[in-house]
Design a protein around this ligand. Structure first.
Ligand code: SF4
Length: 441
């Protein structure tokens, strides 16, 4: 049951909504007399050359606005909730859930376990489909919403029920069949847990899921994230060097097989496995069109290639300056190597590369995206910084200047008495931020 009203918070300049006199604070009640359940209903209903909007004005009156427009033309309305509905929470209790391993006292929204297929289409979230009802699946098919990102974890349905601690988790393949029949594009993910869904179980999952190609574009295999807050949770063994090498060997074998059989590697290995194994990263071609880059798959190879391409076009010269770069444990060696290459090319350039240990989450968490402001400040206090400190963009909340522990970049600047520059994810942006004086957020 929908609890939110569709409150308008912004009307785009020169839009149809502005022309109609719609204002922030007004509420959209219906389109063509039909109540709007969520953003997908809204987008579907406004696709027409003539529509009627029922608007409750902020003064309390109600009116009907008639709109003549191009078929797909947008109205220029921004709603308070991007989803135009409450996000659906998950019905699982996964043994590997990261949210269960968060320390107490963080921002409330971080503890919300969403599992909403609409967020998969809107933001690329991965969903388990365990709370998807038939009418919702029918709606996805009817509206032809695509692509959908599915957290599979295993195609052994008895094991899936145990891993997700949900007795309804075994309906997955029925849903995947229906989505494939309807030509909905899919991407899959497996969170790999050592001695649980790896080895022969992983082989079966890759084999079963590759049959959905080309409806399914890719499958990523990412390692479980283990923090130090696991008291009372399912006992988990972290991946070590040898077990990561085993995972790489197994998946590489499947990639070769599938390339021959279906023309795509289909299954891709998260960068973390190569880092822990100390193995060489594959060249960019092996990641095809990087279908799972957002999932930490192929980021290092892509950044290295962009870095090298950009550096090749720059003439060696003297740049007399000292700056610092801070990064998580996982990417430290890689970032250090890039910085040494820059120092070799530009005489006078000195880059201090600092590895920040994740004391906040502890355990095996080593990626820079989960670093907190507190750890950065504590570990860099008193260290030589130079003109400014470069931090990676992935540690900021999307579109904001705030880190996971709510510390703002301005607070870090103040506490460390330095300027901060944010390096983007591309290799060329990394170079520019370090050698230019114009790095930007
Ligand atoms: S689906 Fe599983 S991993 Fe995701 S939030 Fe729910 S319990 Fe956690």
């Amino acid at each position: 049951m929908k609890t939110k009203e569709n409150v308008i918070i912004k009307v785009e300049k020169n839009s149809i909504a502005e022309e109609l006199g719609i204002e922030p604070g007004d509420i959209l009640k219906a389109v063509n007399g039909k109540p709007v359940q969520d953003v997908f209903d809204y987008r579907y209903l406004i696709n027409d050359e003539y529509i009627e909007l029922t608007i409750k004005t902020k003064q309390g009156g109600e009116c009907i606005a008639e709109v003549e427009k191009e078929y797909y033309e947008d109205l220029g309305i921004v709603f308070e909730s991007g989803l135009m509905d409450d996000a659906k929470s998950c019905r699982n209790n996964c043994i590997f859930c990261f949210i269960d391993q968060l320390p107490k006292g963080m921002r409330d929204t971080l503890y919300f376990k969403d599992d909403d297929s609409r967020l998969s289409f809107l933001q690329g979230n991965y969903v388990t489909l365990t709370n998807m009802k038939d009418d919702e699946l029918n709606r996805v098919i009817y509206y032809h919403l695509s692509p959908i990102n599915v957290s599979v974890h295993t195609t052994d349905m008895e094991l899936r029920k145990k891993m997700l601690k949900n007795r309804f988790a075994d309906k997955l393949m029925v849903y995947l069949d229906r989505l494939a029949e309807a030509n909905i594009e899919m991407n899959f993910q497996i969170v790999l847990c050592r001695n649980i869904n790896d080895g022969s179980v992983l082989e079966k999952s890759i084999s079963d899921l590759s049959k959905y190609y080309p409806h399914a574009k890719s499958l990523s295999v990412v390692p479980i994230g283990l923090t130090r807050y696991r008291d009372g949770l399912y006992p988990m063994e972290p991946f070590d060097r040898q077990s990561c090498m085993d995972v790489i060997e197994l998946i590489t074998r499947w990639q070769k097989k599938l390339k021959k059989e279906i023309g795509s590697a289909f299954v891709f290995i998260a960068d973390e496995f190569y880092i822990t194994a100390g193995a060489e990263f594959p060249p960019c071609e092996e990641y095809e069109d990087f279908p799972q880059i957002e999932n930490g798959v192929g980021m290092i190879s892509l950044m290295r290639q962009e870095f090298n391409d950009c550096l090749r076009n720059l003439m060696p010269c003297e740049i007399v300056k000292e700056v610092s770069v801070a990064t998580g444990e996982a990417a430290y060696s890689f970032i250090k190597e890039l910085c040494e290459t820059l120092e070799d090319k530009f005489s006078g350039l000195k880059i201090n590369v600092y590895m920040i240990k994740n004391e906040f989450f502890g355990g095996k968490i080593s990626v820079s995206g989960l670093l907190t402001g507190r750890d950065i400040v504590t570990q860099l206090k008193g260290k030589r910084i130079g003109e400014y400190l470069c931090l990676p963009k992935n540690l900021l909340r999307s579109g904001e200047t705030v880190l996971l522990d709510d510390m703002d970049l301005k607070d870090i600047e103040k506490l460390l008495d330095t300027k901060i520059r944010i390096t983007g994810e591309s290799g060329s942006d990394f170079i520019k931020t370090i050698i230019d004086n114009g790095g930007k957020l």
